[in-house]
Design a protein around this ligand. Structure first.
Ligand code: 6R9
Length: 650
């Protein structure tokens, strides 16, 4: 495909001689953060930040007081059993009370909460009143299926409103949800259902992606065939194509929702602030995905305050986070965050370039989107088609833009800023992780921006770049990104594996700082520049995949004896997967086998994990302890010096 990227020539009126984008005075004046800063008696963000890290209990109590509690907390933070921190101890709370119930008492009752457009052009919208009805009805359905507080319900759905209702219904009755991204395949789904021990799976017949049907129910059927814990499967009819329904196990969502038990009245269950809200599986450096646990209280406080200050949500805004709800970004900033803030959130089902590369821009125009939050991979993907597509549309409703998932290259940043934001919308480059719950290093609308930098830590967050011993690195020196004190949105543990939580995140640093697994550098202005993952994780189009998972998928093929996967730069995906495979004796290296192995990985893990290339090799570089030295493969592929080879197997 020919690449038609024109580096925008417009120099924004806000760009200074150093290439720093200064915030427009009217944005600063109207920003939520400015109002808060003034209310605390400070005249600069720096002073406010300094206060927030010196008095985190006061700051977080302020943030918690923005929400409604059934019973107040006794203590903001209990750090008596590090790193198992507890927040808002003794408080009784439910995130759904804050996301829905409390709005019903105000004029927001009739405000649009969720506007949805399907890839096929279908349109649905729900007010807060409407969302409450759907969620309450479905919560009653779940209760009738025997779902209890503490259970984990697995959800495997396309990007449709029922996904949001299902998540909220679980939370409303004190059950935890585990959303498995709809792009994952049989084995990934089976493994996650087994770890969560789910009795109930919620899915759909299928979803639309690029005009084609994704066969979700079919994949779910295969996974359920090997999931003894599942007793009930609830299926939303989205595509209407034929799917198998197993009597006694599978039920249509719409049938259940029309039963008399599905009344629109359901009490929200008050739970402890530390009660689990959801499990979200994410890739780590070993094969088994980690079930990151988030809780009701601190998580709600954290995502609401980060959204409020960073994306500056205003009552009349239409906000669009274009992520998938199956990713943490969707959990925090499509579902819970915007609803807690009483915002109008827009959700789109399909591909950004379907049927044409102007789909997103036409949606911005059609719905009058004010805030657009997306990922560098999507920006690069759309930039490839040139400026004519966005230029055909009125994008003047946009006020703020956002980016998440991987470092954004300055070219993509400038294109997003100039061509989409017309040089007037600041870009919030938000660095965070599944584990952190919400934004950690991020600008706010008053921050001077440097393209490619996530700028500085959020209020109350102490981030640093350190060496292996935990000593701070100097300006512009590479090191490990750490967080030096706890925050309310942090993960609480890894499901069924608390040791892994301690070892993976807290032990590598002798001072007990949270180690993020990213390398970074901090410049002379205290701006953070994220370099990338230091562990064996590859980010493909912003999705986090473990090299070990890809390798196990390859090795599960009868022709493969050993495999190594690395990430190499890719123009659109950011990073693409390249594999090195040792075949079993007697198996011939053919192009057909290469294709078959690519398809095999896509089948096992999902299309997102399909390798870009597979190279047949006769040996792999390994350490004496048998660990594959992926950095050596990577250096070779990039023609770079492989560095220290002292641990290479002799
Ligand atoms: C939210 C999310 C976490 C990893 C993280 C880092 C990378 C995320 C970034 C970024 C540079 C940003 N990452 N945001 N890198 N700039 N603004 O992505 O969660 O899927 O758990 O991935 O993503 O490497 O460690 P998750």
């Amino acid at each position: 495909m020919s690449i038609d990227v024109v580096e925008p020539k417009t120099i924004s009126q806000f760009e200074d001689e150093q290439g720093i984008y200064q915030p427009a005075p009217h944005i600063v004046e109207q920003a939520n953060i400015t109002a808060y800063m003034r209310s605390k008696g400070f005249s600069t963000w720096e002073e406010l930040y300094q206060w927030s890290i010196e008095h985190p209990h006061l700051f977080w109590a302020d943030m918690a007081n923005r929400l409604e509690w059934y019973e107040p907390w006794e203590k903001v933070l209990d750090d008596s059993n590090k790193p198992f921190y507890k927040w808002f101890v003794g408080g009784k709370f439910n995130i759904v009370h804050n996301a829905i119930d409390r709005h019903l008492k105000t004029a927001r009752r009739n405000k649009q909460a969720l506007i949805w457009e399907g890839e096929d052009g279908s349109y649905r919208a729900f007010s807060y009143f409407g969302i409450n009805r759907e969620v309450s009805k479905f919560a009653n359905v779940l209760k009738s299926m025997g779902v209890q507080p503490g259970d984990i319900v697995s959800i495997y759905m396309p990007r449709i409103p029922e996904l949001v209702f299902a998540m909220l219904a679980c939370a409303k009755i004190g059950a935890a949800h585990s959303v498995i991204y709809g792009g994952f395949s049989v084995e990934a789904l089976r493994e996650r259902i087994a770890d969560a021990q789910s009795k109930v799976l919620i899915t759909a017949d299928g979803g639309y992606m690029r005009g084609k049907i994704v066969e979700l129910k079919k994949i779910a059927d295969e996974a359920m065939g090997h999931s003894p814990s599942i007793q009930t499967c609830i299926v939303v009819r989205r595509t209407g194509h034929n799917v198998e329904m197993q009597a006694g196990r599978d039920y249509w969502w719409h049938d259940l929702m029309s039963l008399p038990i599905a009344t629109a009245r359901c009490e929200t269950v008050p739970v402890d602030a530390e009660h689990p809200l959801y499990i979200l599986y994410t890739s780590g450096s070993t094969g088994k995905p980690k079930g990151v646990v988030h809780v009701h209280g601190g998580y709600a406080v954290y995502i609401a305050s980060t959204l409020y200050f960073t994306f500056d949500i205003k009552e009349e805004d239409r906000y669009w986070c274009a992520a998938d709800p199956g990713w943490v970004t969707g959990h925090s900033y499509i579902v819970y965050g915007p609803l807690i803030e009483g915002a109008t959130s827009f959700m789109y089902e399909g591909a950004p370039n379907y049927p044409y590369p102007n789909r997103w821009w036409s949606l911005v125009e059609k719905y009058g989107i004010n805030i657009l939050y997306t990922a560098p991979t999507a920006i690069r993907g759309l930039m490839r088609f040139g400026d004519a597509w966005p230029n055909r549309h009125d994008l003047s409703s946009l006020r703020l833009l956002g980016s998440v998932g991987e470092p954004i290259n300055p070219e993509a940043w400038r294109w997003f800023y100039n061509v989409i934001g017309k040089g007037r919308c600041p870009i919030m480059d938000t660095w965070w992780q599944t584990e952190t719950g919400g934004f950690m290093i991020t600008p706010n609308p008053t921050t001077p921006l440097k393209p490619g930098s996530a700028t500085r830590p959020f209020l109350g967050i102490q981030a640093d770049v350190v060496d292996e011993q935990g000593h701070s690195k100097g300006a512009n020196e590479d090191g490990l990104l750490v967080i030096k004190s706890p925050w309310p949105g942090m993960m609480r543990t890894i499901l069924r594996d608390p040791d892994r939580y301690v070892n993976q995140y807290w032990n590598s640093d002798p001072r007990g700082m949270y180690t993020a697994g990213d390398s970074a550098r901090k410049d002379e202005d205290g701006y953070f520049w994220i370099i990338g993952r230091i562990d064996d994780v590859i980010k493909v189009s912003g999705y986090r995949l473990g090299t070990a998972e890809i390798e196990s998928a390859l090795v599960s093929h009868p022709a493969v004896s050993e495999a190594a996967a690395i990430g190499l730069p890719h123009e659109v995906k950011g990073t693409a997967i390249h594999c090195f495979v040792i075949l079993r004796a007697g198996i011939e290296e053919t192009p057909a086998l290469e294709d078959e192995l690519k398809a095999h990985v896509a089948r096992e893990m999902g299309p997102i994990a399909r390798p870009e290339s597979i190279k047949f090799v006769s040996m792999l570089p390994k350490t004496r302890s048998g660990k594959i030295m992926r950095r050596v493969l990577k250096a070779q592929a990039l023609g770079q010096d492989p560095g220290d080879l002292s641990t290479l197997e002799g």
